[in-house]
Design a protein around this ligand. Structure first.
Ligand SMILES: Nc1ncnc2c1ncn2[C@@H]1O[C@H](COP(=O)(O)OP(=O)(O)OP(=O)(O)O)[C@@H](O)[C@H]1O
Ligand SMILES: [Mg+2]
Length: 371
């Protein structure tokens, strides 16, 4: 296949490689503008439905931000990207960060601002649900990069490779040259959880933008806004419980909110922990209090109760850590507790996930204060 940049490829919709038509926006031919604008329209509606227009839509989609101003957290990163949006000159990008913090959302916002009404024609989005082996880079991505689309001066087509860390190394290698060859017309935006899964040559061609977990206050604020929009009954402790289970992941928070609402109608800590199936932090806090007081019998009752409820050692230990790090113990005690919780977590991660390990932990914790 020729690598010439000027080659114009006309892609037949029927012969498209994968079936995820929502994601695959490929302009056909200027002679058939109707068809070209029909299928992308569907995508816009799906990705960007306004709040309140469809009760069946999961809230993570219903409340997906469409503007930079609506994205919470990671302010510096968003400011950096909005500069690209203003100047219109976006470099190739890698957005790296934990799940559910707004990477995909941010790229879509950026592309929408950069391309405006051309968004549907000039964006190709591929995610982990598409096959993204070397053939897709050779065919689909290259074909899209080669297509001629009339854009205002200074604007580029955007290829979004979501969940890029799941691309095979071969595919990433094939991307190296493609990125350079079509740099005059096309920009790439890769989203991934860890940038070290992206091969160094690709990293060196991109500006890396990092996202961090969202703070509890940021998740809480969004949850409250959604509760107001959906007229949900909630108690403050209920929302705190959702924030606790979300652990800085907005997607998890919204999903847990919706699941609790649909399951029980009101958001209380009990309902939240039933739906999210996590050990109750209240019980864990009581257990830690008993450990601090050196009361091993009471502490053991709680841990064995959690064990009998069927929670895994991993669930319990990570919950103990989260409760301990935010509890109100004196610092010296807290430091010691966390040290031993960490050691037990390590042993559990190595496979020693028995009740004995957890009991050993509470025995150690009970003896700390006595010393
Ligand atoms: N910073 C944020 N502000 C507002 N809503 C957010 C934010 N981050 C995530 N969300 C909500 O969570 C949903 C999922 O976010 P998104 O798809 O952008 O996550 P992601 O960072 O790409 O995660 P992954 O790494 O799993 O792909 C969005 O639809 C939105 O509703
Ligand atoms: Mg994503």
């Amino acid at each position: 296949m020729s690598d010439k940049e000027d080659d114009v490829m006309v892609i037949d919709e029927g012969s498209d490689v994968e079936g995820d038509s929502k994601k695959d926006i490929i302009k056909k031919d200027k002679k058939s503008p109707k068809k070209a604008s029909q299928s992308p329209r569907k995508k816009e509606e799906k990705v960007g439905s306004a709040p309140g227009d469809n009760s069946n839509v999961p809230w993570i989609e219903k409340y997906r931000p469409h503007l930079f101003e609506e994205i919470v957290g990671n302010e510096e990163t968003i400011v950096r990207l909005s500069v690209f949006a203003k100047t219109g000159n976006m470099p190739n990008l890698i957005l790296a960060g934990p799940p559910g913090v707004g990477k995909t959302t941010t790229i879509l916002c950026l592309a929408r601002i950069l391309l405006g009404e051309n968004f549907k024609d000039a964006v190709l989005e591929l995610n982990a649900s598409n096959d993204r082996g070397i053939d897709v880079v050779r065919n689909k991505i290259k074909l899209f990069a080669q297509q001629k689309i009339s854009l205002p001066p200074g604007k580029h087509k955007v290829i979004i490779l979501d969940e890029a860390d799941s691309m095979t190394e071969g595919a990433q290698q094939a991307l190296r040259r493609t990125m350079e060859l079509y740099s005059a017309t096309t920009r790439f935006a890769l989203a991934c959880n860890t940038s070290d899964k992206i091969i160094p040559p690709i990293q060196s061609r991109c500006a890396v933008v990092r996202f961090g977990k969202l703070s509890d206050a940021q998740v809480l604020a969004k949850l409250m806004a959604v509760c107001a929009a959906e007229s949900i009954n909630y108690s403050d402790e209920g929302l705190q419980a959702i924030v606790f289970t979300a652990q800085g992941d907005m997607r998890q928070g919204l999903n847990n909110l919706q699941a609790t609402f649909h399951g029980f109608g009101t958001i209380t800590p009990d309902n939240v922990f039933k739906v999210c199936d996590e050990p109750s932090p209240l019980a864990v806090q009581q257990m830690l209090d008993h450990c601090r007081d050196g009361n091993i019998d009471e502490a053991y009752k709680i841990i064995s109760h959690l064990w009998k409820l069927g929670y895994s050692a991993e669930d319990i230990i990570s919950n103990i850590f989260r409760v301990c790090k935010s509890c109100a113990f004196p610092e010296v005690i807290k430091i010691n507790f966390i040290k031993h919780i960490g050691m037990t977590h390590m042993r559990i991660a190595e496979g020693m996930n028995s009740l004995i390990q957890l009991t050993g932990l509470i025995a150690t914790l009970c003896s700390i204060n006595k010393k």
